[in-house]
Design a protein around this ligand. Structure first.
Ligand code: CMC
Length: 392
């Protein structure tokens, strides 16, 4: 095995070629299909960016209308899939519910599982884009004991998700344009991030020619981890704990950098971004605006800003080039929108879905794709002879 190179955590190993997302971690650049994230954040919307990621170009008005109509048509869940939610404990975290329901889609849609049939891939794409928000809303409804709402296909994906999450069948739901716009922007900012842990998982599972539902279900489980998408929940829990204990942020930071605790400063640091995370810059700029418009005067925002201030002036964080990442401020915005902490990572999954789909499709269509099968450096015993139990 002398011919392999050890690269724990794939720090230097590219696993594929991709034309979807470009990141320059030193310069803080992120582009989807060549378009800077700042321009997309300002001018595009989540659904248009979804189209861009999957098909590689911005849609014309006609293409966008057809795409939007197709996504809207598939929002209903099979009535039997709705029963599925009853099988989970009331206090189930919505992330494993989400991944289980997505995995179960391959039992309901056995007509669209062939990765090499472009029509089947296309219909699976629409089923996933349309149904994930419905599944996510039902996971929430189940956890609070409220009735499920059928989707209303006169609404956009983002609007429909908000209504199914916060609305009640007995009364009309009034959409707040600030929430709709803010959530749409956050979903867009999460839409792809090249070969991160969950996307690599989607590709690795898919490289065995597993279907798209199975591959993306695996990606959702990878995203759940606290060092990946789970960080947005952990950030808010960390800020909440600091607030309720009244601990001095400076003392908390000293404990972290002296490694007196296992805790990291959640929402800080990134494998690729070493100067700043351009998504975090956009989010920080909009956090004040959105929180202001929603009338949310959250003491946790002050704590977050204080932690950031301390970190940016502290050698430990500066030397290690640790800056706020996308998750640092998102939780505060989600909270102001009314989402419980446990839904934060689900929102990340909704945002990342177009990226997972685009990357899975690129992988399946790439003639260079082989089954993912990393090597290892063996460090165990050399060959030795079996010893009879009586002689041990
Ligand atoms: N707080 C304190 N120390 C940190 C942090 C942090 N958030 N992040 C990294 N470090 C330290 C780490 O202890 C190590 O120090 P030392 O050299 O003394 O052992 C050094 O910085 C390098 O860290 P690493 O773990 O080798 O870096 P990595 O590239 O493997 O990890 C990371 C990247 C994002 C997992 C890590 O920075 C981290 O755990 N951050 C907190 C969790 C988080 O916010 N995750 C969300 C990431 S962005 C969105 C997403 O991907 O979902």
């Amino acid at each position: 095995t002398g011919d392999v190179t050890l690269d724990t955590g794939f720090v230097n190993t590219a696993s594929c070629s991709s034309a979807i997302t470009f990141i320059d971690g030193d310069k803080g650049i992120l582009r989807y299909r060549g378009y800077p994230i700042e321009q997309l954040a300002e001018h595009s919307n989540f659904l248009e960016t979804t189209y861009l990621l999957i098909y590689g170009k911005l849609p014309t008005a006609q293409e966008f209308a057809a795409f939007d109509a197709k996504v809207r048509r598939h929002t209903l869940l099979h009535e039997d899939l709705k029963l599925f939610f009853n099988g989970f404990p009331r206090d189930a975290h919505p992330m494993p519910v989400l991944s289980s329901a997505v995995s179960a889609l391959s039992t309901f849609y056995q007509d669209s599982l062939d990765p090499f049939d472009p029509d089947q891939v296309e219909i699976s794409t629409f089923r996933l884009l349309a149904k994930l928000p419905t599944i996510a809303a039902y996971a929430y409804k189940k956890s609070v004991g409220q009735p499920f709402l059928y989707p209303d296909n006169s609404l956009s994906v983002t609007e429909n998700f908000l209504r199914m999450t916060f609305g009640f069948p007995a009364e009309p739901y009034e959409l707040d344009p600030v929430v709709v716009k803010g959530l749409d922007l956050l979903l867009l900012l999460h839409a792809d991030h090249e070969q991160n842990c969950s996307t690599s998982t989607v590709r690795l599972v898919g490289s065995s020619q597993a279907n798209m539902f199975a591959s993306i279900s695996a990606g959702i489980n990878a995203l759940f981890g606290p060092l990946h998408g789970g960080a947005n929940q952990q950030v808010l829990e960390m800020l909440g704990a600091l607030h309720s204990s009244g601990e001095d942020p400076q003392a908390f930071m000293t404990k972290i950098k002296n490694k007196e605790t296992n805790q990291r400063l959640m929402g800080f640091g990134h494998r690729v971004y070493k100067n700043y995370d351009p998504r975090a810059s956009i989010i920080k700029a909009t956090a004040d605006e959105i929180l202001g418009k929603l009338g949310a005067d959250d003491p946790l925002l002050e704590i977050a800003k204080r932690l950031e201030e301390i970190a940016l002036a502290d050698d430990y964080f500066v030397e290690r080039r640790l800056y706020p990442n996308v998750d640092f401020y998102t939780g505060l915005i989600y909270k102001a929108m009314g989402f419980p902490t446990r839904m934060f990572t689900v929102l990340f999954a909704l945002g990342r879905l177009p990226g997972w789909i685009a990357q899975w499709r690129e992988m399946i269509n790439d003639p260079a794709t082989k089954i993912g099968r990393p090597r290892q450096v063996y460090i165990g015993e050399a060959a030795r002879d079996y010893i009879a139990m009586t002689d041990r």
